[in-house]
Design a protein around this ligand. Sequence first.
Ligand code: C2O
Ligand code: CU
Length: 548
Amino acid sequence: FLLHCRAWPARYTFVVENTPYKRLCSTKNILTVNGQFPGPTLYAHKGDTIIVDVINKGNRNITLHWHGVSQPRYPWSDGPEYITQCPIQPGAKFTQKIIFSEEEGTLWWHAHSEWDRATVHGPIIIYPNKNNKYPFAKPHAEIPIILGEWWKMDIGKLYTQTIQSGGDPNTSDAYLINGQPGDLYPCSKSETFKLMVDYGKTYLLRLINSGVQEILFFAIANHKVTVVGTDASYTKPFTTDYVTISPGQTIDLLLHANQRPNHYYMAATAYVGGAVPYDNTTTTALLQYTNRGYTPSSTPLFPNLPAHNDTSASVHFSRSLRSLADKNHPIDVPLKITTPLFYTVSVNTFQCPNNSCAGPNGTRLAASINNISFESPSIDILQAYYYHVNGVFGTRFPSSPPLLFNFTAQYLPQYLQTPKQKTEVKVLEYNATVELVLQGTNLVAGDDHPMHLHGYSFYVVGLGLGNFDKDKDPLKYNLVDPPLQNTIAVPVNGWATIRFKADNPGVWFMHCHLDRHMSWGMDTTFIVKNGKGPEAQILPPPPDMPPC
Ligand code: C2O
Ligand code: CU
């Protein structure tokens, strides 16, 4: 009732520190914010600006990113290491400013250095501004549901081991719901997350996939859910038995507690389109009716989750997302394209001396966009761009792959596998209207790639399997009510087309949100130039940018 009148703090302190946590019968130190795992929630209203004082009391370099917040004209606080800042060193501080503009709904924040986001993450909840309401009836309660992954191993070690061995990382030891594996795992039963509901009421679940390696299916036994938003943009409500959620993505859904009072499982498990190792376990939480006087079934009912390799279930879900596109939520999809781009996203390999690495045939695994495997610079690209430091990056990122081949053929010649290693950016004119076709390939192993763009949300106008057909597929684009997202899972051996208007000057990272692919080089950067006039310029940097 007082929801939209409550005053949220406009300033937060985030202390990054090591904290012992016990999961799966053993305790380890993990990096947390303020000792919490999952981390604290940030609250805002649409259009607010909030300040976060980040203090690094951990023993590793760190950066923090506000995933899906466009940060208009202010890339300085965006967070990806060596793209918009150098890391915050142990003992150092950095004050970050989070500027909300169009986003409304659920987003999240996470570490953007190595794979520390495995434990350093939390929700961002953005309410409508004071004069507005949700485009659906006010729910009885709102509950963040944070899906994640747990390793018994130290995350820093997991990262280093993966990079050094050149092979696939160890798979996780458990998936998590709100930090808990649930009662299918050892030593986890008593801590299982429990959602208590009153019969007849409606709940808003703010679902976040904070996971490092896997796209997940999520479902609740006997309950359909109604999707009402994704990536802090409302969708036309649609009712479904399951959702597919990529690392990086958020989904808002309504749960109607309208089933026979009982206890039910909600569960999540991997969706894996490619032939890659994955954690095949299932995490659970409980949905329990508060009503008295019923006898619960001896064990909670279990939901039907699609099979782990059910690509059509995953694609079907992605295609069901539609913008509201009504008069209060108009869409603004670019219709005239000034800058058509075609990017292939691939897993690759590099030769190792004496075939000594743990990738296929002794190679080390790599990944690329348009056959360029992104090489991290030693000072951040934003700083180099802003202060005209030469030699840090090139501006020749290709608009299309250097070689056209049958991207999704079952067998592809080995010589296509080796990418170039470079730090190249794509420069966009201010207000360019960009169409980007993201094409998956079957090099090494086809896989789904949840591609995430910083600084913008984009319209997903098309998505399909196989090779993109430039004559036929555009005829089927949805230009009427395409969903507005910041992360899109390019299906295994398939494609997705996104559109956005480059009206946010700055340096903006784009990458696969599977951390192994990100670290192997499935990354690129856009520099969006300043436009004319003071409203079209990057704002000046804060005085305390972390030094390199
Ligand atoms: Cu959620 Cu570049 O990240
Ligand atoms: Cu990927």
